[in-house]
Design a protein around this ligand. Sequence first.
Ligand code: NAG
Ligand code: NAG
Ligand code: NAG
Ligand code: NAG
Ligand code: NAG
Ligand code: NAG
Ligand code: ZN
Length: 928
Amino acid sequence: MPENTGLSKIFAGAFAVLTVSAIAGLVTMIVVYKVEISEMNPTPRPTPPSTTLSPPPVMRLPGSLVPERYIIFLQPHLYTKIIQEVNVTSPNQTMLFTGNSTLHFRCVQKTGQIYLHSRDLAISDPHLVDKDTNDRIKVNSWKHHEDETDFLELELNGFLEAGGNYSLSLSFEGAISQSLDALFVSTYSEGGPASEDDTDAERFLAATHLEPTDARRLFPCLDEPEMKAVFELTVIHRRGTTALGNGAQSVSNVLDDEWKYTRFQPTQLMSTYLFAFVVSEFKSINSPSRVRIETYARPEAIDAGHAEYAANITGQILAYFEELFDIEYQPNKLQQIAVPDLNSGAMENWGLITYQEGALLYEEGVSSFLRKEVIASTIAHELAHHWFGNLVTMKWWNELWLKEGFATYWSPFAVDKVEPSFKIKDVEVMQELHAAFEEDALESSRPLSADPGEVQTTSEISGMFDSISYSKGAVVLRMLANVVGENVFNNGIRMYLKEHQGGNTDQNDLWDYIELARRDKSGLRAAQLMDPWTNQKGYPVITIDTKNGEIRQKQFLLNDTMDSRLRKEEFISKKGEWILANVDCYGYYRVNYNPENWQRLLTQLETNPDRIPLMNRGQLVDDAFNLARAKLIDVTLALNATRFLSKEREFLPWESAERNLRYFTLMFDRTEVYLQEKVRGLYSFFRNYTDESRVPSDQSLQHNQIYAIQLACSNGLPECIEMAQDKFAAWMNGNGTNRIHPNLRTVIYCQAVAAGGKKEWEFAWGEFQRATDPSEKEQLEYALSCTRKTWLLNRFLEYTLDPEKIRLMDVASTISHISENVAGQLPAWNFVRAHWDYVSQGDPVMLINQVTRRFSTTFELKERTTVTSAGMWLIDGWLEYFARDKESHSAFRAMQQAIEETKVNIQWVRDNKDAILEWFERETAHLD
Ligand SMILES: *[C@@H]1O[C@H](CO)[C@@H](O)[C@H](O)[C@H]1NC(C)=O
Ligand SMILES: *[C@@H]1O[C@H](CO)[C@@H](O)[C@H](O)[C@H]1NC(C)=O
Ligand SMILES: *[C@@H]1O[C@H](CO)[C@@H](O)[C@H](O)[C@H]1NC(C)=O
Ligand SMILES: *[C@@H]1O[C@H](CO)[C@@H](O)[C@H](O)[C@H]1NC(C)=O
Ligand SMILES: *[C@@H]1O[C@H](CO)[C@@H](O)[C@H](O)[C@H]1NC(C)=O
Ligand SMILES: *[C@@H]1O[C@H](CO)[C@@H](O)[C@H](O)[C@H]1NC(C)=O
Ligand SMILES: [Zn+2]
């Protein structure tokens, strides 16, 4: 178990660094964030209607029935391959599935109707039995509600009595989805990519992805996380295929020439969204472990050993968590499967975790070493869900962070244990911190624990899968662990898990057990401490004045119009020394200082940066730029904070500076000249490795080598561009031999395609189509978005509409990459709007967040007068379209955030343009 708690004290002693938590301990934390709590009127869970004959008043199930057990039969009629013979009428692919289910339940309140969730299912043959008397109860009629509730209402001839036990059987059929949700089809080619007319190699598999509300598209059910039950599944599938489910297989037998059935052991009590099954022709390998662990993938990938890395680490990660949480993994098997098409990186279905291939498969010699970080982190995140999500589940989706924040928080601990050389923790923490800071600086953000009344429809629920739940959730937990001490925190967590396993919780249950674990009960209770961070949106900026010892705090907003509330604290300032707050960034806040202290910190950075802890070197830069964006400090101060980079060799400060200077690069030509000068030292540092296509052995240096090449080439350092072009040309002319080191492929492909033309692009496209390894495909796909030729980018955009060229699951990321390219911003923007219905099928929130946000902020900045007004109109017009046609579309809030950020940026640039221009001109004057 890594111990971090002592760290801040060590720094404080050695460097005369003051931490805010050291200043006043626990109390400060709440003082630090005490902005007015916005009026919150949480809509309570509806109490069951008093008259049992009226429909439920809101979107939630009435609660009169408690599910216990589902006995489910499912039969996907899909073929895994279509055999074509001239004299045989070939069977057409069929997307039908049929099934039946028997739900055993208790009635806790007398009712004359049964409400279930069901969507896009044809229902027949309801059969309701009173199990206490064995009498059949007649179902008079049943109907689907024509609204967003997805209710299936059964009108009974008689009543269900409180305390009675019943079973309801239904038959149903539905369509296998082609858009990666519910029960969906995924395709791949056996023996490498198929040519256009070679359909013999095409293979199909059926898989499920039910989170958050698609279980109701597979079978009628009580589809709410609190409605836990036992699931007993039988799958009827074609002979020659394998069926996997949540439970271990109990029997499997042939039915006839065409079909067999596989029955699975009953699951534990679990929520509907964790239900899963897969029917495929995949193969598997085992991992050494206490529990049986099997990793499934395409037979070719298994034979080539691509699942070996995942199989190697899964058992170790599982064992780490079992020890940490002091509760064993409970099912008797763990299967994980790489599905060629999957809408999210992975899904933690209980006992049957699904992954995108890129998040599970590692190909020696082709995949970048750094791919292992993605694989390890993803596996760790999903395994953490066994405890946070599966075993202990949030009561309702408004507190999704109780599972996603925790899984994000624990993942780096497990990776650090299993792969200490990755040194993944600092980098992960900074990533989460910045993702949270960015989204949460907007007026349109939301509290971590959202108002349940605002999380009702499926699209509102989908909207919860954002950086607030994942990143802010993780960051706030890290802050709490630091304040109470990691041991206390972990003890509290263990008690919380033991007490609530099998059940559902809200945040108060968590605070209760953290509080219980604290021996020192003085000061604020955990709930008092944490509620301000979880019940209100945003975060504070604290301002420390070393001259008069004052600390002020207020909410940090990009559009900063709020009055600051002053607050004086006991504060000891050491004359002559600088002061650094929030050492190692445990706190979820930004820090501002008086100009003198800023100046001393910057001088320290330029003379001996190592005296400032690494994470803070990155954070000082990030804080400075964001404080400048919020007009709390002068922009030239932020720019001054990048001067020290010429001597910096670590990743985090560079990443911070580059991310913050991205707008400037688009706006001001001199930024490139400035950065080129700064990055020269970093590039030379790795030059010997790079030129020989080698990488340093230290994994964190490997990140920085890639980053150095990316920065140097994209800012036009001639020796870098030449190097990239030479290496790429050697591959193009090398009869299929690629000598570029796997780590360097993404960046070199991209930079060579950027510097090249049609020839390079078409070569990359050809290789992309040929590639079977997910890593290689991903790096080529990225490279294709790097060209500066608009007509090639337009061609690439068109390709995204053809699933044979770009898989549906990759559409959003492809467009996102194109929009990051200056030449691609406007084409991508127009394309997304023109083809919204197709491109948003996958994950509209992700699409808006990653695509719209970026290009709406950047291309508007470029030509602020002309494009701004046109662009603003486009955005507002588009928003109106949403408002009209898709009232509650989950992308709506992401859209609002994009607009807010854009408006603020435009205003800011308008105000600061001259000062920035002047600064760059002065800094780069000697370079002309
Ligand atoms: C299809 O036709 C070929 C030659 O005409 C024959 O050899 C083969 O047996 C036929 N297949 C079937 C399934 O009838
Ligand atoms: C397959 O589909 C085609 C066209 O829809 C139809 O003519 C043919 O009869 C179908 N074959 C089978 C075996 O159902
Ligand atoms: C469900 O379907 C299976 C397989 O077709 C069948 O054996 C079983 O009797 C059905 N159960 C109900 C309750 O209809
Ligand atoms: C998996 O572990 C084995 C045994 O430790 C090792 O030989 C092999 O190289 C590992 N494979 C990968 C891909 O890490
Ligand atoms: C930035 O640095 C320049 C040159 O050292 C200095 O003149 C200027 O005052 C600094 N700006 C701020 C806001 O500190
Ligand atoms: C900033 O906020 C103020 C007050 O809420 C608002 O009037 C103004 O329009 C906002 N400015 C921008 C650029 O969004
Ligand atoms: Zn998750």
